[in-house]
Design a protein around this ligand. Sequence first.
Ligand SMILES: Cc1cc2nc3c(=O)[nH]c(=O)nc-3n(C[C@H](O)[C@H](O)[C@H](O)COP(=O)(O)O)c2cc1C
Ligand code: SF4
Ligand code: SF4
Length: 283
Amino acid sequence: MIFYFTGTGNSLWVAKRLGEVFDESPVSIAGQLQNLESSGGKLPFTLNPDEKMFFVFPVHSWGVPKLVMQFIKHMQWKGYNSQPVYMVCTCGDECGYTDRILRKRLARKGITLTGAYSIVMPNNYILMKGFNTDSKEVEQQKLAAAPGRLQTIVEAINNHIAAGSCIVTGDVADATAESSAKKATALYAVGTHPVLKSYIVYWLFVTFALKQNKFEATKICISCGLCEKICPTKTIVMEEGHPEWERGSCVQCTACIHRCPVRAIEYGVETWKKGRYHHPDLK
Ligand SMILES: Cc1cc2nc3c(=O)[nH]c(=O)nc-3n(C[C@H](O)[C@H](O)[C@H](O)COP(=O)(O)O)c2cc1C
Ligand code: SF4
Ligand code: SF4
């Protein structure tokens, strides 16, 4: 079972590739959450005895995106009997302790995270001063390196190398185990100051930044309705041919601002001179 969340298509690309390798159809977390009301607040899933489970998503502020946390809260498992559960996240450069945040959330549902892996992909965070998309050259380099990285992750999963920030290299007894442990830590990019970023900045992001919503469509909007259609939280509503952003529900996935075909969406003045990006496979 492969559950995914994506804003600009990087994580969707990963979920689809994993789906091909492990013969599974990716399931959209945003799509499932839209059934929440009609299903009485419960999202039931049945896991087969030999099935692996994957959570694929972008790192948001060195943590797990809000919708992924909500989804796990409402999931109800049948058939879980310690089958392997993996996190494969995409990031612009580093993940902090995103894996520990997910591990804790899953543990509250009685589920053990087996391993966590990260793939560096083009950055899509542009809503704050100091953050922009990558140069075209870096974007191309990251996209070119992604298939190799994914292949390495698939091999690690098949060889039971359980990566993540919790691997303790100092404890390993022999040289083979030590080299495995080093390989495992290399498969997940913690980066610098993970405690500060994942426990303080992430909390500030979820508590305050997500409450802000400075999105607006400028005069060049052609009323195509794409932003309304792709928004995973149904925050955008077309009113008399013009998109309006409801307050409170946006999770800053950045899908709308990057995918508008005429670049009509801005986030206050912050995004005026910034780049736009979405994965080339997203049509
Ligand atoms: C709100 C937000 C926060 C982000 N925070 C981080 C971060 O902490 N570290 C990082 O390396 N990339 C960060 N990024 C970049 C994305 O994780 C990265 O571009 C990812 O591949 C996007 O995946 P998607 O196309 O599936 O949405 C952030 C992006 C967004 C929208
Ligand atoms: S995607 Fe862009 S052009 Fe289309 S309705 Fe939204 S803002 Fe307007
Ligand atoms: S409004 Fe835009 S950034 Fe917010 S959740 Fe919808 S698509 Fe994502």
